[in-house]
Design a protein around this ligand. Structure first.
Ligand code: NDP
Length: 262
């Protein structure tokens, strides 16, 4: 009885896969780089060879992170930043431009999440979320847009949230700011043919975000939910993926959450 021939290569030749060339190093500005997702993103991008410019208010944290990145031969420039201060955001961007001669990517990541019910009337916390999560993003866009228009290229990555796709009790104002970030990102994308615009919407991610929750009952409940959180490196990798695509590929939306999150 004839034996079956050993399995060989497929009958149809496959299309050859082009060899991967490493993407050129970019100048990437990251707001809120002193902890959580911003710090993880800085580490990931520096490891990929990009020049990272770190912005936040806690400069001691930025200095420590910069030393850590430099110790691994990464290129890093820490600079104080309060995203609620438009002049300060302009200075942050100008300092990066003076140092590197260009601004390739802005990652608008800084954010706060003091959750509460609306009827608790924590109006100061509502305003803080609007100032950091929404006005801060707009300040970043305003500071880089003229430079990117002049360069005729650039990339703005806005960190929204799964709360930008749904609304939950105690998260009405936070969700409103994150829905707004998605809306303005889409508007920016539609207005720009030379810029790339990416929205990344993380689900539960390990970071210091719950520290801003003033209501202790809500804080405890959210920290319990955080037991399923994914590491901030997962979001840093999503940012790297979006940035490292070829110039004609614009990754517009990524949702990255724990597999077990509902
Ligand atoms: P962290 O609290 O760890 O990080 C927040 C960062 O924002 C810090 O670096 C903080 O720096 C910075 N920040 C806050 N206020 C300002 C300000 N006025 N000016 C400049 N920087 C500021 O939390 P995450 O890493 O989780 O948060 C990063 C982003 O991810 C936020 O936009 C958040 O809404 C979003 N997100 C997080 C999720 C999560 O589960 N962790 C889920 C979905 C979205 P400093 O205090 O030093 O200024």
């Amino acid at each position: 009885m004839p034996t079956r021939p050993a399995q060989s290569a497929p009958a149809t030749p496959s299309t050859p896969v082009a060899p991967l060339t490493p993407p050129a190093p970019k100048v990437v500005l990251i707001t809120g780089a002193s902890s959580g997702i911003g710090a993880a993103t800085a580490r990931r991008l520096a490891a990929a060879g990009h020049h990272v410019v770190l912005g936040a208010r806690r400069t001691d944290r930025l200095t420590a992170l910069a030393q850590e990145i430099e110790a691994r031969a990464g290129s890093v420039f820490p600079h104080v930043l309060d995203v609620t201060d438009q002049a300060g955001v302009r200075s942050f961007v100008a300092a990066a431009h003076d140092r590197y001669g260009r601004v390739d990517v802005l990652v608008n990541n800084a954010g706060v999440m003091p959750l509460s019910r609306l009827d608790a009337l924590r109006v100061d916390e509502w305003n803080r979320m609007i100032d950091v999560n929404l006005r801060g993003v707009l300040h970043g866009i305003a500071a880089v847009l003229p430079l990117m228009r002049a360069q005729r290229r650039g990339h703005i990555v806005n960190i929204s949230s799964v709360s930008g796709l749904r609304v939950d009790p105690t998260a009405a104002v936070y969700s409103a700011t994150k829905h707004a970030v998605r809306a303005l990102s889409e508007g920016l994308r539609q207005e720009s043919r030379e810029l790339r615009v990416t929205v990344i919407s993380p689900g539960l991610t390990r970071s210091e975000l719950t520290a801003s929750i003033g209501d202790s009952g809500i804080k405890d409940a959210v920290e319990t939910q955080m037991s399923i959180a994914i590491p901030a490196t997962a979001i840093g990798e999503a940012v790297r993926y979006a940035i490292d695509q070829p110039a004609d590929v614009d990754v517009n939306e990524l949702v990255v959450r724990p597999t077990v999150q509902g």
